[in-house]
Design a protein around this ligand. Sequence first.
Ligand SMILES: *Cc1c(COP(=O)(O)O)cnc(C)c1O
Length: 463
Amino acid sequence: MNKITNHMPTAELQALDAAHHMHPFTANTALGKKGARIMTQGKGVWLTDSEGHRIIDGMAGLWCVNIGYGRPELGDAAKAQMDQLSYYNTFFQTSHVPAIALAAKLAELAPEGMDHTFFAGSGSEANDSNIRLVRRYWDVKGQPEKRVIIARTNGYHGSTIGGGSLGGMAGIHAHGGKLAGIVHIGEPNWWEQGGDMTPEAFGLMRAQELEAMILNLGVENVAAFIGEPIQGAGGVIIPPSTYWPEIQRIVDKYGILLIADEVITGFGRTGNWFGSQTFGIKPHIMTIAKGLSSGYQPIGGSIVCDEVAEVIGSDEFNHGYTYSGHPVAAAVALENLRIMQEEKIVEHVRDVAHPHLKAKWEALTDHPMVGEAKLVGLMGSIALTPNKATRAKFAADAGTVGYKTRERCFANDLIMRHVGDRMIIAPPLVITPDEIDVLITRARKSLDEAYKIVKDEGLFVAR
Ligand SMILES: *Cc1c(COP(=O)(O)O)cnc(C)c1O
């Protein structure tokens, strides 16, 4: 076979991709016929594809490239660590500097009293660890029957069998099943489900489903509640202001553990280091991944509060991954966090990028197809609708209009994803005001084109 490089014609790369590469979350036969778009380079917020298009990445890869693409310092850190100590495990009474330094750095950045990290290779793995951590915690405390974990419909916690079970996505449960001992309550999605209630009343009602579920199961059977401060893959569902305070009240009242899945909201995405700080949540465990290394290396973990770490640490914990705390991934994550701190990237999100984007993002509601437009930090969504006043859904299958809009974005060299008929963005945190203007210009153009297509095809009709 010829050497496969960026210089091969796109069609040849696509054919090889179709022949041999099984893509995640993809209908592979259909993609094979169409051909995948082949990315060849990244710098800052910009991607280049094999046809030479310059694409603005409104999704930071998959919500992870927080410091932007192509920072040579991270490659240098990887090389130096590979040369020094390419791998060693942390299972058998050994440790190494990158894992030590990263765990110490995370203790410094995390909220007060969260001083311990259990490393994994990804967010899904970390949530699998969390299932075992919280059940083991109650075992050690002499309450082994406390095993049920309460999660939320349309939450996303990864795609291993454990992560997928914690997540509340029926499409994922349908492919391979779901673990026992995990139950779901409703999501705080006012736009779709709030009916005539105010967002505040609806947020309270959804949070109180947690209390009802705890009482229904019996608190003696409940180990923990898990939620993303803002649901990401579920469509950037920003909860009403009443939601998290009420969840916190209930968790405190019944003494169950609270897991904040910060895989997206961690590391500056919401304008603080962690989404828990933005929403005033006090978790016992935070799941981390994605922005931890800005996606330069696969690494995740669970930041654990002192009390849980003490209980777990009182005996052997029969769990771990070959790559827990992998020295190269940890060294790259540390370098990423050094850049985040020294270049004040969290402050940039809070003081510069968020205010600039917020005004322009929210102004998209003047578009005839945009019902609401919301943004926290650099994480935003818009709801597409044929009738803003009634928050109507389209008559066509959910996602039909969203997909058409996404296709226009893709054609206009903007990566903006759709979840059903919501459009979502989470650009690299280093995005500048000028780049935000480009993003908005392309988003408006794409919305205009999609609106015309939707009307021409007779789809601008309420259900
Ligand atoms: C992406 C994501 C995960 C899963 O992380 P992977 O690294 O893909 O396994 C878990 N939780 C949330 C909130 C995520 O967005």
